[in-house]
Ligand binder design. Sequence first.
Ligand SMILES: [Zn+2]
Length: 658
Amino acid sequence: MRTRLLLTVCAIFLIIQSFYGQEELNAHKKDATSYTSKANNDLLKYLPFSDQTDYENARKGFIATIDEGVIKLDNGQISYSMEQFDFIKGDAPAEANPSLWRQSELNSINGLFKVSDNIYQIRGFDLANMTLVKGKSGWIIIDPLTVPATSKAAMELVDEQLGKMPIKAVIFSHSHIDHFGGVKGIISDEEVKSGAVKIYAPKGFFENSISENVMAGNAMSRRAYYMYGNLLEKEVKGTYGSGLGPTTGYGIPGIFEASNIISSETGETKIIDGVKTEFIFTPESEAPAEMMFYFPEYKAMCQAENISHTLHNLYTLRGAQVRNGQKWSKYIDKTITKWGDVVEVSFGSHHWPTWGNNNINKFWVKQRDLYRFIHDQTLRLANQGYTPIEIADMLKLPESLRKEFYNRDYYGTVSHNAKAQYQLYFGWFDGNPSNLNPLPPSDAAKKYVQFMGGADQVIKKSLTSYNRGEYRWVAEVMKQLVFAEPTNQQARFLLADAYEQLGYQAESGPWRNFYLSGAKELRVGVNPVKIGGTASPDIIKGMSTELYFNYLGMQFKGNENGDLKYNFNLDLTDTNEKVALIVSNGAVMPRIGEFVKKDTTSTIHVKRSDLDKVSLREANFEDLIKNGDLKIEGDQEAFFNFLSKIDVFSFWFNIVEP
Ligand SMILES: [Zn+2]
């Protein structure tokens, strides 16, 4: 009897845990395995899913949305769809981390909302929110979305629902494009030039907006495709958005320079269209240039992106300079001491607001302690001798922080943020001499596979690990085989399947997107699709002359051309600037504001605006010369030779294979 019972139990287990074997190694998306279902189910039991406060707050004050469910460009192309994540509703499927599923449903709630008597928000029309504050004679707009199409549609809805009022001021809370790129959808150059609309921004806003994505731009953009899941279908086994918000609108972003700059970390007050506004400047937090601000008459706080309904990034996976959790927490603490006693509503550049003084203080304190904890505990463990991968695996938030939905890993994760704080202090090297000069991935991979007994053995053993649910380990081992034998289809499929289960379990939107994007490229290869939009004219024009020539110098194929020696003088005729480009030993040194005085190879007369046209691919150097827009005195051949050594980047470089 007992034996029969045992046999029945085993049979049930076998049915639930269907065996994964060689015949499963194909390009199809797979269902969640029993291990993935269990991991997702455990989290469902752990977090307080019955608490509906976030849903209530995300819907509170709803006025209207765009009935059509899409925002279109003038040519009819869709810029943004409010319906693209409509499949995320109700109970999470086995292929979804239930916490990410919940967050993504909340993020897709969209429309115009009343926050308080004088404050309204547009949410779910783009990646970020646009906030509208009533001034004495018109609107003060905070963060006008990523592209003109979405901000324009937002403003039309506002006009229709609340009546038309002029825009008197725009506040850019920080230097990320989802907070300023849509500005030209709501105000014109004329309004800015004439001073009819005043623009406020933190110190360093313009420079950082332009520069953060230039020098490393190509590789960052390619990685951003992984991070935001641009290659993935929007469906149960695909992407759910970014965790921070749904996704960005499509179009060409613009920018204005601000005439009113906020630069005091201890605080400064401005009267904006008759409304008292108290700012604190918070550099090197979520963005290099950022600020938070409080409207005392409305008892309302704008958190910018330093306080959000997610653990944010101390390092962003697309690749960027790391951020400092200590400074970040200090700014939140300043918010608490300055406005914690009086605040009644607190809203951010993403997600929904928080109402009520007690709720807000609890939220702010736990966000403050979150960043401080990760920063300090990483350093404590590093000082004990632990290295980044160890710390990322050891570090666990205390339950009081971990159980709050707004502290969960939707965008940043405790794991990769801990590595970031290590990097902030120690850089890339963990101190182990084995890591000083390891073999490159492909060379090491071939040796590993050989040492492990060859490809067939590696696959066989990995299948066993896969059937035990050891997906992190399968990913580690199969990566070696894919790098040793990139055309080994079985290896590619098995690695893809492991990534996929890791993606299904991930609570972080970017982690899910990274894993599933990797799986997709392993299954079908890198498939260059037409990538959205051209470079934005405003961003190219906004590049300082120094940044422009630093960028040009970076593209010089120096390792092949160390013998070239040139001294070029560039005379930028429209901006009256002088630049010397000194080419020597494979490096290009721009000297801004002066010419080289001796051994000049040639002097080039050109307009900066024509150089911008070349960057935008609206012109090329040959055309400029032919049309007489570029004139060269001295050695012409040398300048052409230099230009021929400028590298061209291809966007679709490999990531998950050599
Ligand atoms: Zn943002």
